[in-house]
Write a protein that binds this ligand. Structure first.
Ligand code: XMP
Length: 508
């Protein structure tokens, strides 16, 4: 594997993804965290950073010690730090360099095997390396900077490379190739980390970890929990006890359909219809955070009750994925909680269970690949994200069973419409929001006074930022008439054209 030492760059996760795309496993750790170098570790990548190496509190690592053991690649800040620590010069550039640049490659080093001499790269820096340390070899320049790539090799140390540009970002056209060259040509990695090898190794590990104990797990119908449960089930069969709760705010027919898929996958999952319990507790509650807390709390109660019925349980399965657990270096302090997200955190504490988290090191797209490898139906794998509190946070204001029904029907038409028009996979998330206003309409000779729904569709990479999806007018027109003609109680449809930030994806 490869270790990526994080100096707080916004691009660090992209480096990890590029390494994994080359079928090599890697982990991100904060630059100051000690690590053991065993035989599985093949190389180190130093990330970029918002700091300048000339700042007093600039983060440092002992690169000389690193290269006494392993090949190292420094990216942007990582390269500048290298130059500085070995006696070169790094200065503030007259002008910051952001955006595309053409690399002028000077050599045929193994790092650039198969890469064009004038390959387009992406720059994002305000400092530049103005002088290389003695004994370092210049590999590339650009029209605006004297050092775009360099190398230090020595008989007593492992190779050390530095790149001023960001090979990990999309606009560095051959960046992935350069990273893959580092992994294969320089570090000697075998590109054998594939979905199939992941499944095989994980199932073996799970067997060891769980032994003959039982595992209990909450499933949500989402990709992560389904893939995690399928892996666990492959390891221990029916000693996995899945629980899927109908909290009354799922989408139309979702409870039955999801249970059906679990059955096809041979997962031992029990469906619990707790709708009434949730409706009773939610009655009259209109504050979004209160609704979230009620749903989160009740869910834990129901799950806890059910779990008491299973004996021999020692573990709690969870679909935790890598972005939830990466310890990254935060330069702006801890990020603020904007909405309290409901998840099953809190369960292991009250139940004194150990965690089983087979996806703990995977990014979302890798979870999907593993899911395909496991034969999970595409419909499940390519589902949009859906919030834990479900339609409860898409019904603004208080919740009644009637409103849930209205929203389910409208949402079903919209989502099915997106699928039929081939648009579902083009948006990152879509949903329908029931607004707490009634307005006047006219149908035939009759005056109506009914609810409004808002349609929402966004494009995004990770949900942190999002753009409203520019769906075709004709499609929106179709949806509007289908919903109004088919869902009694709704006489107006609007489309949300707000991006995040400043809006959020959900309305509550
Ligand atoms: P926002 O509305 O914050 O949503 O832009 C970002 C993503 O998070 C989902 N979301 C939630 N997921 N529990 C969840 O499990 C929640 O309480 C919750 N609130 C928002 C939202 O659907 C979007 O994908």
């Amino acid at each position: 594997k490869i270790l990526i030492l994080d100096f707080g760059s916004q691009y660090t996760q992209l480096i990890a993804r590029a390494v994994r795309e080359a079928n090599v496993f890697c982990e991100i750790i904060p630059y100051h965290k000690p690590f053991v170098s065993d035989s599985s570790l093949k190389g180190i990548i130093l990330s970029g950073s918002p700091f300048s190496v000339n700042e007093e509190k600039a983060p440092m690592v002992d690169i000389a010690t690193l290269i006494s053991q392993l090949p190292v690649l420094g990216v942007c800040y990582g390269a500048q730090l290298t130059a500085k620590l070995f006696g070169g010069r790094v200065d503030k550039s007259n002008k910051r360099e952001y955006g595309r640049a053409k690399m002028n490659r000077q050599t045929t080093d193994a790092l650039f095997e198969g890469v064009a001499e004038d390959s387009q790269v992406w720059m994002s820096h305000s400092d530049s390396i103005t002088q290389l340390p003695e004994g370092f070899e210049l590999l590339a320049t650009t029209d605006s900077i004297p050092v775009a790539a360099f190398k230090k090799s020595g008989s007593e140390t492992q190779p050390l490379y530095g790149l001023q540009f960001h090979p990990e970002v999309y606009h560095s056209v051959e960046g992935k190739k350069i990273i893959s060259n580092f992994l294969v040509n320089i570090c000697g990695c075998k590109q054998d980390w594939t979905p199939a090898s992941f499944v095989h190794e994980t199932v073996e590990q799970l067997k060891k970890q769980i032994g003959d104990a039982h595992v209990i797990m909450a499933l949500s119908g989402g990709v992560d929990s389904t893939v995690a449960a399928t892996l666990i089930s492959k390891a221990i069969g029916n000693r996995l006890h899945g629980i899927f709760v109908d909290n009354g705010v799922l989408r139309k027919n979702e409870f039955e359909q999801v249970l059906d898929t679990y059955k096809q996958l041979d997962l031992n999952v029990k469906g619990i219809d707790a709708k009434q319990l949730f409706y009773d507790k939610l009655k009259g509650q209109s504050d979004p955070e209160t609704k979230r807390k009620i749903i989160g709390g009740l869910f834990i109660d129901v799950f806890h009750e059910e779990s008491k019925k299973v004996s021999g349980v020692k573990f709690l399965g969870q679909g935790t994925i890598y972005p939830d657990v990466i310890e990254s270096v935060s330069v702006h302090g801890p990020s603020q909680t904007i909405k309290s997200h409901h998840n099953v955190g809190g369960l292991p504490d009250i139940m004194h269970l150990e965690l089983v988290e087979p996806l703990r090191f995977l990014f979302k797209d890798e979870v999907r690949k593993v899911g395909r490898e496991l034969g999970i139906p595409a419909e499940m794998i390519d589902r949009h994200p859906f919030p834990g509190p479900g339609l409860a946070i898409r019904i603004l204001g208080d919740i009644t069973e009637e409103k849930v029904k209205l929203l389910q029907d409208a949402d079903h038409i919209y989502i099915q419409g997106l699928k039929d028009a081939g648009l579902y996979s083009k948006v990152w998330q879509a949903g329908t929001i029931l607004l707490p206003v009634k307005s006047v309409g006219v149908m035939g000779d009759e005056r109506t006074y009914e609810f409004t729904v808002a349609l929402r569709a966004v494009t995004s990479v990770d949900g942190m930022t999002a753009d409203w999806a520019h769906l075709p007018y004709e499609f929106l027109a179709d949806m509007s008439s289908s919903i109004i003609n088919n869902v009694r109680g709704i006489n107006r449809v609007v489309y949300d054209i707000s991006s995040k930030p400043p809006a959020t994806i959900e309305w509550e």
